[in-house]
Design a protein around this ligand. Structure first.
Ligand code: TYM
Length: 332
């Protein structure tokens, strides 16, 4: 039996952060031994919000270094740049022909972006989900490791796949599923207690894998807390629950239990909790940061990885595109 195909990507808009890591990259690494994996750097998608990025290749390299530092192996997974695969763009065009304005305008991430930046509501932003569908379906992937915020985009991918299949009377495309960790799709909260980590406007609330220990400590010590529990076993307010969520991903279960017990007995001191969280966070981030630094300076190695990935990705993409063109009726 052939292996399931996995595909996912991360945009190079700043350094990789804890949300990217636990929402996506950690699962890329976990899946590379079991499946036929395609992991790319979404450097076309960056233009939807950063139309003149200036250093797009440098930004993409930083993501690649983080991929390798986290344990992705270019011999096992196909690792490539989205912009090295023009076949994706042709598939994007075909999907756009059958994507409707109403459904694209209803996408939550589109509505958020319109609110945040009303002066740059471009067609690329509107068709973000069709480009994402093309990324995934160009390899006929069935599993897509992503964080919770991408759930709706995956739903749209299934819609476009299904619509294509029924319009052209084919079963060419699978209906891919969003995959999280064993406990489901992950959302890593921001340190200020508001929303998810990694929003571009929230750098002080985001822990990057490239943050130095002193920066990590400072960000955590500044995280928002309340006045403390007044009754045993009371429900935690969002900003406190968020600190516990972060603790659950970087600390031991015993540490989490210890502070949970203190909270439930109304004996917690948030300063102690933050100090422990900061140390556990530094212990988690620091080895990754060191490896990212080392790899970032090895340009020949990064280029070799990207060249190899491009060749493997194009072999898969040209096969799919030939079938797509044939079912629509184009000459191959
Ligand atoms: P991007 O670059 O915004 O985020 C990359 C991945 O990181 C996850 N993530 C989070 N997960 C949990 N908590 C957070 N705070 C958090 N912040 C980010 C995202 O869910 C995502 O999995 N559209 C994608 C990039 C993309 C893509 C694709 C993904 C383009 N084409 C095809 C999969 C398949 C994006 O914006 O990711």
């Amino acid at each position: 039996m052939s292996k399931d195909i996995v595909c996912s990507g991360i945009r190079p808009t700043g350094n990789l952060h804890l949300g990217n890591y636990f929402g996506a990259l950690k699962n890329f690494v976990r899946m590379q031994d079991e499946y036929d994996c395609y992991f790319f750097i979404a450097d076309y998608h960056s233009l939807t919000t950063h139309p003149t990025p200036g250093s797009i290749y440098q930004d993409a390299r930083a993501i690649l270094a983080a991929y390798i530092a986290a344990g992705l192996d270019p011999e096992k997974a196909t690792i490539y740049l989205q912009s090295d695969l023009p076949e994706t763009v042709e598939l994007y065009l075909f999907f756009n022909m059958n994507a409707y304005l109403g459904e694209l305008e209803r996408v939550t991430s589109f509505k958020d972006k319109v609110r945040q930046n009303p002066n740059n509501v471009n067609a690329g932003l509107l068709t973000y989900p069709t480009l994402m569908a093309a990324d995934i379906l160009i390899h006929k992937a069935t599993k897509v490791p992503v964080g919770k915020d991408q759930e709706q985009h995956l739903e749209m991918t299934r819609t476009f796949a299904q619509r294509f299949n029924s319009m052209y009377h084919t079963d060419l495309f699978p209906l891919p599923q969003a995959i999280g960790s064993a406990t489901g799709l992950v959302k890593i909260p921001a340190l200020n207690g508001a929303g998810k980590m990694g929003k571009s406007e929230g750098e002080a609330s985001t822990i990057f894998l490239t943050d130095e220990p002193s920066v990590v400590r400072k960000k955590i010590m500044k995280a928002k807390t309340d006045l403390g529990p007044t009754q045993p076993n009371q429900t935690k307010p969002e900003e406190i629950e968020n600190l516990f969520t972060l603790m659950r991903v970087v600390s031991t279960p015993e540490t989490v239990q210890h502070f949970d017990d203190l909270y439930n007995n109304c004996q917690i001191r948030y300063g102690d909790l933050k100090k422990q969280l900061a140390e556990d966070m530094v212990a988690f981030v620091e080895p990754l940061r060191q490896r990212i630094l080392e790899l970032s300076s090895d340009e020949p190695q990064l280029r070799r990885i990207l060249d190899m990935g491009r060749d493997k990705a194009r072999a898969s993409a040209t096969r799919t595109l030939a079938e797509v063109r044939r079912v629509i009726g184009y000459r191959n």
